[in-house]
Ligand binder design. Structure first.
Ligand code: SAM
Length: 285
């Protein structure tokens, strides 16, 4: 009990332990904003990998992957060998992204988008949130086969099977679905190197129809390269485990990638919690 009272998670009063306000709000499964899925992600996936942080820094690659079965080079591929771990990971992503998704749909106008593809869209929680606000929008998750299965179940559970789908594919080696007005990349450009991000944007530009847009949505690093704190906290995870290459780049660095890929009318919008969107249009001519 001592560690829990010292950390303010339990309160000892008159010989009786009760939850503090923090644990009552965030550590009880009955509460809508509980972080139990994130705690499970840390416990079952991140902590054992982070043991390899020092060696990963020295080798400049994600040696934390050795804790997971398979030979693939990214955590996402290796999770497909373990349904239980993959489900834990996807639920954690959903809960981490939950408030960010609300900020996205409240602040970004999708009214001109008829068909949107969410690349690396996970369990479909992003497109479900967007589709609930825009009743005529159709959207597709583009992710691995095993993750698409989870996405399809989630879509059915939300009664949106008439407008939302999941298509399996690898964003680097398979074509994106055609006739897309918007290729959305949520919390996705942070997991790859800048070269890979440029490869993705160049591919997006090539495959989008004229007038289509690519949009990235994630936390960004300040252009002054001195924060925010969460941008720095992500780097050990991306290096040691996720891909060995990713990090949160600055707003300006992402904007330059859009320019290099050929996009025009590049715009950005800052959102709460150090998040933001950057988008660009494939010109009509
Ligand atoms: C950090 S999670 C982000 C999930 C979701 N977009 C969100 O905002 O919470 C990255 C997602 O990208 C998917 N992914 C990783 N590599 C991919 C690839 N090469 N092609 C397509 N999807 C991929 C993973 O399966 C995972 O669902």
């Amino acid at each position: 009990m001592l560690p829990l009272t010292v950390n303010g998670l339990l309160v000892l009063d008159d010989g009786k332990y009760t939850n503090s306000r923090v644990s009552a709000a965030y550590l009880c499964s009955s509460q809508p904003r509980n972080i139990l899925n994130v705690v499970k992600w840390q416990h079952f996936i991140n902590y054992k990998a982070m043991f390899h942080l020092y060696d990963s820094i020295v080798a400049n690659k994600n040696l934390g992957l050795k804790e997971f079965s398979g030979n693939e080079p990214t955590l996402y591929q290796r999770l497909s060998h373990d349904k239980n771990l993959e489900a834990i990971f996807q639920l954690a992503m959903q809960d981490i992204s939950r408030q960010a998704q609300v900020d996205l749909v409240e602040n970004v106008d999708f009214s001109n988008i008829k068909y949107l593809v969410d690349v690396g869209g996970g369990n479909a929680s992003n497109i479900i949130t967007i589709a609930k606000k825009y009743p005529s929008l159709r959207a597709t998750v583009f992710d691995s086969e095993s993750v698409c299965k989870i996405a399809r179940e989630n879509i059915q559970k939300n009664g949106l099977g008439d407008r939302l789908t999941a298509v399996a594919g690898d964003c680097f080696s398979n074509s994106f679905p055609i006739n897309t007005d918007c290729l959305l990349f949520c919390h996705f450009f942070t997991i790859w190197s800048k070269n890979k991000d440029l490869e993705l944007l160049t591919k997006a530009y090539k495959e989008l129809k004229p007038g289509g847009r690519a949009m990235i949505f994630n936390m960004m690093q300040n252009n002054s390269k001195d924060g925010p704190l969460l941008a720095a906290m992500g780097s050990p995870y991306f290096l040691t485990l996720a891909t060995g290459t990713g990090m949160l780049y600055t707003w300006q660095e992402y904007i330059e990638l859009f320019e290099k890929a050929g996009f025009t009318e590049i715009k950005f919008q800052k959102l709460p919690m150090d998040h933001g969107v950057i988008w660009g249009i494939k010109s009509e001519d």
